[in-house]
Write a protein that binds this ligand. Sequence first.
Ligand code: AMP
Length: 511
Amino acid sequence: MNLAHLLQRQARTAPEQPAILSGTQVVATHRQWAQRCQQLARQFQAAGLQPGDRVALFMRNHVRYLEVLFGAWWAGLAVVPINAKLHVREAQWIIDNAQARWAFVTADISPDTGERLTGLARVIDVDSAQADALWQGPDAHFETPITERAADDLAWLFYTSGTTGRPKGVMITHRNLMTMGLGYFCDVDAVSPQDTLAYAAPMSHGAGIYAIPHLMAGARHMVPPSGGFDPAELFALGQQVGPLSLFAAPTIVKRLVDHAETAGLSTRQCGQSFKTVVYGGAPMYAADIQRALRVMGPCFVQIYGQGESPMVGTVLARHHLQDSQHPRHPERLASIGVAQTPVRIRVTDAQGRDLPLGDIGEVLIQGDSVMAGYWRNPEATAKAIQNGWLFTGDMGCLDADGFLTLKDRSKDMIISGGSNIYPREIEEVLLHAPGVAEVAVVGAPDAEWGEVVVAFVVPHQGHTLDTTALDALCLQAIARFKRPKRYEVVESLPKNNYGKVLKTELRQRLA
Ligand code: AMP
């Protein structure tokens, strides 16, 4: 099994179909994409790289991202995509840990990234003349065979965001990604060759992984010229090339919705720009998805997954989001949906015993999307995977229909006076208050209670928040002991590159 076969198949069956776009401009057909990958594969082989060796990508979103990924796979290598927002020193740590042989970089990360990275046989700036030489067109008739890999061989070494301690390398295999790709069609969306996947979120993460189902279906892959997320650009590109599909963190969805609202776009106009917006990676609050559906129409699908089971966990499908007549629709909107087709989900206590429906416990996932383990870290692997089940560290509860509602990561749970408090519950309430744009609730150390609840609140522009009114709202909706003891009104919340609120940083501010 090798993911490169997906590209070879398209290069044979739909060679002249536009495959990679920079904005509206086609930069590769399937045939050209496959040729460039073969060219790269030959270069890797000529330099002595062996199947299983690692190639790092420390790149911002770029049209050559997809060529490096599939070129490396073509030669039987594994890729190590690194978050472009990391410091060079952090990237170096990952490169050393992965023992990567080559690295591909974009100069815009920092002009001297290439010189600062060490321990690599080659560092290639993908925009340089050196890269052009590497990519130089081969004889079109000269085929380089794909180096076969076993289904469980490493394809993608994904370094977890590592909010505490050093990041861990998650070993994602060809089977994991093949499973994810096929599962997309069952659970998330149908894809046709006329569709376009836009890379608006970092390709080193979920957005890049979605290249696989879109390649399976022969769709187009588009990197916006801005290289990232610009709502006005995306709306315009969708109008020009046809409705886009994309993966986005909830904060990005919010900005798309803000743009649509400010620009006075109708849902029909939004539908001309977007076919499917898959959101996940961080909590989407019920109030926010309701507004998104109202403003942009039924283009949304929610997924839940984690690096350890990439993009495959649960799904809250389009029809679930639209089924407003269902008696439990409000609860479903606040949930993360049902198990995706390739996996089973359980909620258990710390010993791995199933809990009754409705009880909160740790979320476990089992299936062919679950990682092979952590890179050279058997202790962490043994802790994360027990009896074939992945312990996600996320806390949640299941209902009788199979819908999973996430409470929080176990480490984000607050214990105050011996009671467990899940920040998300409070965040959901506070987001309904007029003038509140964003909320993050964390625990602050407290001599008497162990921890007390503190809410960081971002007001909408021009609003002054009345914390007494916020407290009154909490009193109406949740148990007294869960109410924030303190409010911190802030201009913005600290977030990582993937749009996740950095609660660790908020806790540090309070410590
Ligand atoms: P990562 O491994 O960086 O992709 O982070 C995965 C974590 O993000 C999960 O373990 C969850 O805590 C969180 N997450 C992912 N998807 C969702 C979602 N749809 N809703 C809430 N949290 C999510």
